[in-house]
Design a protein. Sequence first.
Length: 156
Amino acid sequence: MKILFVCSSNICRSPYCEMLFSRMIKEDEKLSLSIEKVSSAAVLNQSFKIHPKAVLALKREGFSEEEIYSHKPRFKWLAWKDFKEADLIIGMNNANKVFTPLMFQKKFKTLSEVATGEDVFIPDPWLMKDINDYYKVMDIIKDYLIKFAAKLKGQN
């Protein structure tokens, strides 16, 4: 399975998902057998560098600066191949679906949907002024990733 995580700008939520989920796959043989590729892209804004608070959140998860800064935000038109090849496009909320190219929207699910079966809005942490509020959103995302990974392992 090829998974594409999307969010508004590919500078906070989707790269966080890509990095954490990729690590989960590397650390779990069962997941690694079912997940062929994980990537991320923006559906709304074209950005050029990862957000400083995302850097802090990823450092908190144990990623090195080298790993973090290797992420280069990608915009949907420049990541077309990933949209086309993805078996599943996972967004943070249904607003991300609206900006996903129409021809790929049938592959779109929210992160909460794939994790729990319920659609729960995940806010954009970019809007959070306080780093602790930012971390709270990222912790919600991490919890959904863990649940999604467990669900995938249960299906194999």
